[in-house]
Design a protein around this ligand. Structure first.
Ligand code: NI
Length: 182
């Protein structure tokens, strides 16, 4: 059980029911949510990923955090919180290996739009529009899947599932045990 308010958060693993829910729209940003977001960033800088979606820390609201510069020194980081994101344009198709913090150690090829434009809100309720390709486009599509309760496992081919069966079962078992054993 994690009662330390400043420690990095645990990322829920595949198997935890909170990951499969469709998240709800954010209607206001209050102090507890700001605090949660701070902790999501603290967590982001210690895990091997570039983004964390709210459901992965047990919060079924439509937002995610990311930092395309996560490996940079603290002064050069670019933390972004995107709230109630909506894709406004997309083009091209590209298939690359993709992983997820909720599926540690698993990477599978996933087809995504090559370039996307996404609209959403920042913490102050100001509208922001972001666009890009490559890893950024993949990240946004991946995190938006999380907000729909759609996971990497839903992107696997039957052959991926056969090949990764043992590892997926292990992760699912730990996910069903829940957030730090709670
Ligand atoms: Ni993920």
């Amino acid at each position: 059980m994690n009662r330390d308010d400043s420690a990095p958060l645990s990322i829920l693993s595949f198997g935890d029911p909170r990951l499969f829910r469709k998240s709800e729209e954010v209607l206001s940003v209050d102090a507890p949510m700001k605090h949660l977001i701070d902790r999501m960033f603290e967590t982001l800088y210690v895990v091997p990923g570039i983004g964390i979606a709210a459901p992965q820390v047990g919060c079924n609201l439509r937002f995610f955090v990311f930092d395309m510069n996560r490996r940079a020194e603290p002064g050069k980081r670019k933390p972004v919180t995107l709230i109630n994101p909506v894709v406004t344009a997309q083009e091209g198709v590209v298939t690359e290996d993709e992983g997820c913090l909720s599926f540690p150690g698993i990477f599978i090829p996933v087809e995504r739009y090559a370039r996307i434009e996404v609209k959403g809100f920042d913490l102050d309720g100001k509208e922001i529009v972001l666009e890009g390709e490559g890893l950024f486009a993949r990240l946004v599509q991946h995190e938006m899947d999380h907000l729909e309760g759609f996971l990497l496992s839903d992107r696997m081919t039957p052959w991926d599932k056969i090949r990764l069966k043992t590892r997926i079962r292990e992760i699912e078992k730990s996910g069903k045990r829940g957030f730090r054993g709670e």
